[in-house]
Design a protein around this ligand. Structure first.
Ligand code: NAG
Ligand code: NAG
Length: 195
């Protein structure tokens, strides 16, 4: 008797405490079965707004290219798909406002835009090609006319996922610096206006 008994009485609460510990650790470190999506690693070169590690279901995230003063490229959201169990997946909003499953990564390529089809009196300075992403150009008009924006720059805008190839399709977006100092998306053609 004696020593062994003492040893056991000491050990038992110690073991119990350890067991308690490990079950606590389990419940706190194992992530809850996905109610959300992890930030996707394969498009992590883009800027995410808001920036998080885990996004909630249906939470919308604006992606932009990693440049100074970035402009939106696409809006994505966390969703779920059957495959065969429920699994988190990302969808992107196309130009028609419908959500499409993202299968390949979204990028900021190509890094240049086409010459904008604006009326002939509108001049971009410096007047050289190519029109690089995020490169500011001054807008000028011939004669006494005024441009609607002092400066403009081009960006890429996500249009849709091509149903056949699964590849993303991008278009050019031009942005103008308005009189109160904000970049606004130019929807229609740019025209010179009278003073
Ligand atoms: C961790 O906890 C979960 C749920 O609380 C349980 O289903 C799972 O079996 C536990 N895992 C371990 C290793 O104890
Ligand atoms: C400039 O754009 C900002 C942001 O869209 C807007 O709040 C502001 O009213 C615009 N200013 C003018 C003069 O249009």
């Amino acid at each position: 008797m004696g020593l062994r008994w003492i040893f056991l009485t000491l050990l038992t609460p110690l073991l119990a405490a350890q067991q308690q510990d490990s079950s606590d650790t389990n419940s706190s470190t194992v992530p809850q079965e996905t109610e959300g999506c992890q930030k996707p690693q394969r498009i992590s070169k883009l800027l995410f707004s808001p920036e998080k590690k885990i996004y909630g279901l249906n939470e919308e995230v604006t992606l932009s290219c990693p440049v100074k003063d970035p402009l939106p490229l696409a809006v994505i959201r966390c969703s779920k798909e059957m495959s065969p169990g429920w699994k988190s997946a990302w969808e992107v909003k196309n130009i028609e406002g419908a959500w499409q499953r993202v299968v390949v990564k979204l990028t900021c390529l190509p890094r240049k835009c086409q010459k904008p089809q604006w009326e002939g009196r509108v001049q971009l300075e410096p007047n050289k090609k190519p029109y690089k992403l995020n490169e500011e150009r001054t807008l000028k008009c011939t004669g006494d006319l005024q441009p609607p924006f002092r400066k403009v720059k081009c960006a890429k805008k996500f249009l849709r996922i091509n149903e056949r190839s699964g590849e993303p399709v991008y278009g050019d977006a031009w942005w103008g610096w308005n009189s109160t100092g904000a970049w606004i998306h130019i929807e229609g053609p740019v025209e010179c206006i009278g003073k």
